[in-house]
Ligand binder design. Sequence first.
Ligand code: NIG
Ligand code: FE
Length: 391
Amino acid sequence: MTDEAQDEYTPIIDGALLVKDATIIWVGGARDIPESPKPDVIHDGKGLWLLPGLIDCHTHLVFAGSRSNEFARLRQGESYADIAASGGGIIQTMRQTSAAPYEDLLETANHRLKQWSSDGVTSIEIKSGYGLTLDDELKMLRVIASLQQTVDIDIFPTFLAAHKCPPEFLSHDAHIDFLITEGLDTVASLDINWHGQPTIDAYCDPIGYTPHHIDRLFNAYTKAGFQCRLHTEQTAHSGGTEVAIRHQAISVDHLEHINDTQILQLAASQTSATLLPLPYLHTREAQCPPVEKMRAHRVPMAVATDFNPGSSPIASLPLAAYCSTNLFGLSTTEALLGITRQAARVLNKTDRGQLTVGTKADFSIWDMSQPDDLVSGLGLARLVQRVYNKA
Ligand code: NIG
Ligand code: FE
């Protein structure tokens, strides 16, 4: 259960904050700024809005190739699962990404990240999951981690271990066995900046892995110090939520088909819900996640793009926020919290996503007059300045 109110958001009119060593040390009204310490530099926000750096806590941003051919098929009524069953979907991107050189993946990902940067995003999670072999997965994780050197955004890598069973394995069970016996030690000893605990993700779905597979996987990985999160209840009720909660997952993601019992379990846990309205929109999913019930039980709800070449080739966190209101029924305040404070919770980070004492100097000045301008008035809010200090 969340310890913060879902809808708590208190704008400070004529506010000010003090920053020292890249950390916020005071927040309040401009009239109440303490006499000392005297600031070395003063920035005048000119009455504009100061927001925490935005956070996209669920993406698959590193991949090669395109699946734009699937867009027409989706519009003609084929489902995401139909396309996967006919040999399309994730496996296509696995083939293309595995064949792509490291440098090419790095270059295209760097280029894509400019979009997030210009939208005011200062933290992004990026998953692997398009490798046919363990080496391909390691290549992806290295690409993801090295993006940190070239972009002014904090990059949170996630090992998406069980996404689609590679053809070399005779069964999903055999793939899970391999991930436990060989994958675990190799990925755990990979020398990359995970930005905290290493994170494992998986896809629990009739076209993915069963709850039993996920249980075995998470059992082994959490014992080795990984934190977990899970794609689940996306195309159908799959029963992954309770397994994820049992392993103290940081988040369960998608949730269009979550049921009442699972919502109660979620509410009694520390696990967040991550809502992904863009794949819902793109794949023409018929069922919305039960937002009203999750709200009633105070389940923390983050919002993210799920950017990927198949179910969500839409590179816009503001659009995800907009769709979370207009399609899923979040309030604009919940949407704004979903891409800031609640998204930080999914990254298991308390040092960002809100403007409070002790958090990072990670914020942006926006020309807007209310949260609606950012969330529902797409393109109306103008990003004036990003202030982001990695130290
Ligand atoms: O979150 N559903 C599983 N994984 C991704 C889609 C990946 C893809 O289609 O390439 C998702 O929707
Ligand atoms: Fe995803």
